[in-house]
Write a protein that binds this ligand. Sequence first.
Ligand code: ZN
Length: 325
Amino acid sequence: MNPNNFDFDTLLSKLLKNKADSPTPSPKSKQKKSKDTIQILQVFNNLPYACIVKILPPPNIDRVYYGVVDSKDKRLIFKSEYPTKTILSAFSIHQLDTTEKNLRFVCWPVKKDKMGTPTYYPIALDHIKQLGVYDLQVGFEKKADLKLFAQVKPLIEKHYGKAALPGPINVREDRYDIYYPHSNTMHLSADRRNIIHELIHTCRKQLLFANKKCKYNEEAEMIEEFFAEGVCNIIKDELNLSPNAYLQKGAVYGSTQGYNYDFRIIDGCLATQNLQSTTGGILTLETSRYYLASEAYHKIAVEYFIRTGKYFGKEFNDIYPTGRL
Ligand SMILES: [Zn+2]
């Protein structure tokens, strides 16, 4: 999505010629539901956590404009999307420069540069008192996925805890495995190669590791991936103690590269904090960084368990989100 390729404020002032045309909040019950308006199907999470809005746009429109407004109709964010995308990119409290508590999501259908009737949805600030207590729900449909998930879920809860935020995760078939927090969707390849790794990410949902500005970026990615891959390896090892249709029989995952991998690797390019850096010249270094960091996680988790009898990832998650937000 590239919403910033033109000046929306200028565009909006042209489209809304006078104040009478300005978006006026309407109570939900009185809201006009015509075939020309956008229907809001679902809003995942409440602020301050990332809101993801699922919409049903009317047919034959060119674009969807959407944003968040305060009680004086001041637009705190304003974005554009093609109507083909029905799950809009997440927005969080950190993008909204306001202290107001009663905010509204609003979206307009746009056809031939004309904005149609807006649809409003209240998204009041709701401090979720408890984080990390939710059942991890994933929209799996394939029999093999459901079977693996039933085996893996108790292990995730044991080593990593419950889901940080409520709500189900969407699943989409793809050519690669990745979890996109902005759409709450897990993309999976046919062979499900990284399905457990992605499930670890989905546990945190929109509370993935972030930097101080609450932005998930390349510096934060290192830590998020280091946890995901490390926990994934620990879970795979425990899963492989029981019969399963997913892992190679007898394989050990905690130390894929050997127990002293972190000691043996002295390449300076591994010292970078940027997981996707090409320092050192080859992109395959990304893989070695994953392994290195996951091995480090494994060592920390094992040592923590020996000393305390507790699971490092689970304990960490209990403290992490509430301590930061
Ligand atoms: Zn990952």
